[in-house]
Write a protein that binds this ligand. Structure first.
Ligand SMILES: NC(=O)c1ccc[n+]([C@@H]2O[C@H](COP(=O)([O-])OP(=O)(O)OC[C@H]3O[C@@H](n4cnc5c(N)ncnc54)[C@H](OP(=O)(O)O)[C@@H]3O)[C@@H](O)[C@H]2O)c1
Length: 302
C-alpha cells in the first residue's frame, strides 16, 4: 500500500501581499486626486502578441480600479525603432503621465535596451532603466525593479526575516537575481541579509542552496530546483518561470514542498506581487511629480 505524500510546507501566496500593497496605492492615489492630480501609468505595446495584449488589459483594469489614468499606445508589429522612440518621447514629455511601461517582449527587429534608455528614469515604473539600477546599487531611493521588490514585500508580509540570515539567489539576471541580491543586502530591517548569488559559473551551486535559510530561484529553468537542493525547513521562493505557450513552468519542482518549511505556490506566488509593485512605483512617481521641488532643486526620489 502506498501512502500519498501531503504537503508539509507553509504556502506563501502572493495575492494577500499584493492586496496589502494595492490598498496602500489606492489610498495614495486618492490623496493625489484630492489635490487635483490623477496618477497616470502609460503603456506601450508593439505588435499583436496575445499574451502581451492580455497583460496590458490586466494592467489597464487594475489602473482603472485604483483610480489611475492609463493612456495606451499600440504600435503595429512592423513599427520602426524611430516610431517607438517617438511614442516614448511623447509620453516622457507629457506632464500628465507619471509612469511609463514598454510591454516586453517587443518584436525581434527592435532594440528593447535602446528604447528603455530613452524612458525618463523618473517615469520608469519597471525600475529597469540603467540609471535606476545604478541608483539601486548606490543606495539612492529610486523606482526598484518590481519582481525583486515584490519578493522583499512577500517575505516581510509573512514575517520571514532575512536580517542576518543566509539568502541564496540562484541566477544573476538583470531582471531578478542581480537587483534582488543588491536589495536584500541593503541596510534595512526587511533586508540586511547575507546574500550569496550562484549561477552557471558555480557548478556546485547546490552546495550553497543546501545551506540557505532562504532560497530564491531566479534562473528561468523549469524544475532546476529539486528537493535535494533544499535545506529541510528552509524558505523557498520561486521567482523564475518559463512559459510554454500559456503554460507556466516554474524553476521550483513541486515536490520541494515536502522539504521546505515555507514555499511560494507554483502559480500565484511572486507574480501578483510584481504587478502590485508596478503600481507602487507608479504612484510614487506621481507623488514625486506632484511634490514641490526640494531645497536642492531636485524632487525627493520616493
Ligand atoms: N514571476 C514574475 O513575475 C517574474 C518577473 C520577472 C522575471 N521573472 C522570471 O525570473 C527569471 C529570471 O529573469 P532574468 O531576466 O533575471 O533571467 P536571465 O537574465 O535569463 O538570468 C537567468 C540566470 O539564471 C542562471 N542560470 C540559468 N541556468 C542555470 C543553471 N543551469 N545553473 C545555474 N544557473 C543558471 C543564469 O546564469 P548565467 O548568468 O551564468 O548565464 C542567469 O544568471 C526568468 O525566469 C523570468 O521569467 C519572473
Amino acid at each position: 500500500m502506498s501512502i500519498a505524500q501531503t504537503s508539509t510546507a507553509r504556502l506563501l501566496p502572493g495575492a494577500p501581499v499584493a492586496e496589502a500593497v494595492l490598498n496602500d496605492v489606492r489610498s495614495r492615489a486618492q490623496a493625489l486626486r484630492d489635490r487635483g492630480v490623477t496618477p497616470s501609468l502609460a503603456t506601450i505595446l508593439v505588435g499583436d502578441d496575445d499574451a502581451s495584449a492580455g497583460y496590458i488589459r490586466i494592467k489597464q483594469r487594475q489602473a482603472a480600479e485604483l483610480g489611475f489614468e492609463s493612456p495606451h499606445a499600440h504600435l503595429p508589429a512592423d513599427a520602426t525603432q524611430q516610431q517607438l522612440h517617438d511614442v516614448i518621447r511623447a509620453f516622457n514629455g507629457d506632464p500628465a503621465v507619471h509612469g511609463l511601461l514598454i510591454q516586453y517582449p517587443i518584436p525581434g527587429h527592435l532594440d528593447y535596451g535602446e528604447a528603455l534608455m530613452l524612458v525618463d528614469p523618473d517615469k520608469d515604473v519597471d525600475g529597469m532603466h540603467p540609471m535606476n539600477l545604478g541608483r539601486l546599487a548606490a543606495g539612492v531611493p529610486a523606482p526598484v525593479p518590481c519582481t525583486p521588490a515584490g519578493i522583499e514585500a512577500l517575505l516581510d508580509h509573512y514575517e520571514i526575516p532575512v536580517q542576518g540570515r543566509h539568502v541564496v539567489v540562484l541566477g544573476r539576471g538583470a531582471t531578478l537575481g542581480r537587483p534582488l541580491s543588491i536589495l536584500l543586502s541593503q541596510k534595512r530591517s526587511t533586508a540586511d541579509a547575507a546574500v550569496t548569488v550562484v549561477h552557471t559559473g558555480v557548478p556546485n551551486w547546490a552546495d550553497y542552496t543546501r545551506n540557505a535559510d532562504v532560497l530564491i530561484a531566479a534562473a528561468g529553468v523549469p524544475g532546476i530546483v529539486r528537493p535535494e537542493h533544499v535545506r529541510p525547513g528552509s524558505v523557498v521562493i520561486g521567482g523564475g518561470v518559463r512559459y510554454q505557450g500559456r503554460r507556466l513552468l516554474p524553476d521550483v519542482e513541486e515536490s520541494c514542498d515536502q522539504v521546505a518549511g515555507a514555499i511560494t505556490p507554483r502559480v500565484g506566488g511572486v507574480g501578483p506581487t510584481t504587478v502590485a509593485m508596478l503600481f507602487r512605483n507608479a504612484v510614487a512617481a506621481a507623488e514625486r511629480a506632484a511634490a514641490p521641488l526640494g531645497r536642492s532643486g531636485t524632487h525627493r526620489a520616493r
